[in-house]
Design a protein around this ligand. Structure first.
Ligand code: SF4
Length: 366
């Protein structure tokens, strides 16, 4: 099906329409842009950190992390020389922890270039098409359109795109359209403007079409079918897992924490050990079994002290945390990278996944 291709005159905008669209969008952005520290003085380093943080996180959520990160590691050199655990700790709570490691590896690569050019970002860890285009336009002034979730949504409504925007065909249509629409003189402003429109006006539910500066060019609006776009695939039921985790105490009051493996989800983060409940298994039995499998020690599982719901991108979990007593055995690194017996007061020094943070707060408050 090619009826939505932008070179189809039924759908594509003419040059004059594109010019008007562009100037209305840019004017709106100049009046309405939120001020973020990464938008003022967008050096390569500041933009790199911001773009890695913003890959999977909303701007207002990323803001405090960004400020702290820049305060602690203010230069590319400082980041490239920092201990990985320091970087991970600064990332704690942001999620998608692999990004922290990828950012540091990219910083190390860039710190060794003189001068740094856009081509040096090619193939760097964590630098996909989006980050490359964002940095290319913001730092190097290249007319490279960014395509993120906000842009896909806006464009699928503007074009009344009849296919899913993430599909190969949808992606091609959107990119081809944006190549024609982007402002060659102000590509950074253009990219930020269209993302801002998606974040604040053309929002997923109940878009504010009454306030939209590009309403006159929006095909979904003209057809009265705004809620039809973007086209979605049939809903699949989200995966949910129950996880049992153990706060294991020794007689001297220390608790046992384990470091996750460097491969798989949440690599190298520390956590209260535990794992997934199996079919037909009680949460307490799961807790005991996981500790044997992960560390080869024997524990007594006591009362449940926390039940935490948490959503990741493709599944959700309920973390059931049990207070446990250490009985016997020397811990071994079987299903973990490392382990430590530490005082509760030292928990703050280790990077933990976000789902563990309420447990730490609870333990340190008592
Ligand atoms: Fe989005 Fe409505 Fe604007 Fe169209 S008119 S781009 S649907 S906010």
């Amino acid at each position: 099906m090619h009826r939505d291709l932008p070179n189809d005159t039924k759908r594509a905008m003419h040059h004059t329409q594109i010019r008007s669209f562009r100037s209305r969008l840019l004017a709106w952005y100049r009046r309405n842009a939120r001020t973020f520290p990464w938008r003022t003085n967008p050096t390569l380093y500041r933009t790199l950190v911001a773009e890695f943080m913003l890959q999977q996180t909303r701007a207002d959520q990323a803001l405090p992390y960004y400020r702290k990160f820049l305060k602690t590691l203010p230069t590319m050199r400082k980041l490239s020389e920092a201990r990985p655990q320091t970087v991970l700790k600064l990332w704690e709570g942001l999620g998608y922890y692999r990004r922290a490691n990828q950012l540091q590896r990219t910083a190390r690569h860039l710190a060794s270039q003189r001068p740094v050019m856009l081509k040096h970002l090619e193939g760097c860890p964590g630098v996909g098409a989006y980050t490359f285009a964002a940095i290319g336009s913001i730092v190097f002034g290249e007319p490279l359109p960014v395509v993120d979730g906000n842009v896909r949504r806006v464009m699928s409504r503007i074009l009344a795109l009849a296919v899913r925007p993430e599909s190969t065909e949808g992606d091609k249509i959107i990119r081809t359209s944006l190549d024609r629409m982007i402002s060659v003189r102000a590509p950074a402003t253009w990219n930020q403007a269209i993302m801002e429109l998606g974040a604040r006006v053309c929002v997923p539910r109940n878009p504010k079409c009454g306030e939209c500066p590009v309403r006159s060019w929006c095909k979904a609006f003209a057809q009265g079918k705004v809620s039809t776009y973007p086209i979605r695939s049939a809903r699949t039921k989200g995966l949910h897992r129950n996880i049992s985790a153990a706060v294991i105490r020794r007689k001297d009051g220390r608790v046992l924490i384990a470091q996750r493996l460097s491969t798989g989800l949440l690599p190298k983060l520390w956590e209260f050990p535990g794992g997934k409940q199996e079919k037909g298994e009680s949460l307490r039995s799961c807790c005991k079994r996981e500790i044997i499998e992960e560390l080869d020690i024997d524990i007594e599982v006591g009362r449940r002290i926390a039940k935490i719901d948490h959503a990741y991108s493709h599944y959700s979990i309920t973390l059931h945390v049990f207070e446990c007593r250490y009985l016997q055995g020397t811990p071994k690194k079987i299903g973990c990278q490392n382990f430590r017996w530490i005082h509760v007061g030292a928990l703050d020094a280790y990077p933990f996944p976000r789902a563990n943070l309420p447990v730490i707060q609870m333990l340190t408050a008592t």
